[in-house]
Ligand binder design. Sequence first.
Ligand SMILES: [Zn+2]
Length: 472
Amino acid sequence: MEQLQCHVKQYAWGKYGEQSEVARLFADGHTNFKIDEKTPYAELWMGTHPDGPAQLKKCSTRLSTYLAKNPSILTNNNSAKNIHLPFIMKVMSIRTTLSLQVHPTKEQARRLHELDPINYPDRNHKPELAYALTQFELLCGFRPAREILKNLQTFPSLRLLFGGDKYSKPLENCISQMKHLDTVNQDSPEYQNSRKYLEACFRFMMVPNRSDVNDLVSQLLSELANGLRGSLEEGTVEVIKKMSVDFPNDIGIFSPLFLNHMILQPGECCYYAAEELHAYLSGECVECVGCSNNTIRAAMTPKYIDRDALCSVLNYKMTEPADYLVKERSVNGCVDEYAPDCKDFQLHRIRVETNSTEQDMMMPTLECPSILVIVKGKGTIEEATTENQLIGQYEVKRGDIFYIPPKHNIRFTECTEDIEGYRTFSDEIGPDHDTRLVTPVQCNVPTINEKMFKLDADMEEEPTAVVNVQIL
Ligand SMILES: [Zn+2]
């Protein structure tokens, strides 16, 4: 296995300095790195994507180049300059809401890329999984129909936002006709019609340059101040108030009224594929995404908003928040697996304790490549072939990140402090990024070092700098 040197993204929505787990973890794994208290550290990228490529620590060769020079089951393309993993694993530290956004399917991504390769630099899709390291909050997917109905009946501002008699009323009428609102039959004509009316409401909401947004936001805030709640919990009311401060008069302030507000506790995990409207709100997570950087934004961002693409891509499903949760499956006494319905990645949470049994300290052999990050503890790893021939022995500690080739056996032989790690893997062949356009669009961004500049189409907010943190 190979120790990696990875990249940190300094987007403005990240937590500052020592408050950021991204900064602390990166500093623990990269000894020459000094944390700056005035810098937001948003994301640690662990993968081969050109916007934040990992390098081998021993020689600074990109991992993607190393994979191309060391052909394996990953490819039968011997001429490729870079071979990409199908996933990016990230650690995220979120201080303020990221933009309200959606990701396209593979087919939609390919079409968007052909029409607009600058704003959609990847042909690949970008499913996402978030595992909560701390309390982690997000908005994800449209609320169940009964909750949307209750909020429409409670908040006149939402009815107006959704087009009043013309669009909102038919939606209310259609949901009211649904039988058994607690257990909606998604094949029923009422449900399918409701999705169409919801789309009409959403498209009306997204009409450009609406002149009534400021008034509607003020109206919503006074409705909340007067005690109206509909299906909102108090925590969600606080989210709306915070958004109104962070993004004054932004249409996204209304999103918690029609999207599920999920509050994950540490160890809980959620997954959503393409076509789901979502926004991360706060907290720290391990994120697994497809090896892509395609995002279509709806609100709460100074970045490019593509209303037509956005409205066309959404699935307008009204879903229980529990549908997005991924339950763990125990692999052995030290490893739990999170396997969503997605080929691009699976996640192992590894917890080795000083008194773990030898058998449990043996990690499952994977037929595919993987990346491992240690977020806690200290110990020793032995690496062996499938024939149990010892290849190497490594002292590992918090902050260390490794690439593990397919079919290499990994076992912890010693644990001096309880270890926690995350390992992402996939059997898929990664995308081809060698022909990707890397044009510095949206370049109203200060760059510390042009050479280090990487276009990042996933900048959720105006970043303070889009350089990758340099290893001094
Ligand atoms: Zn996203």
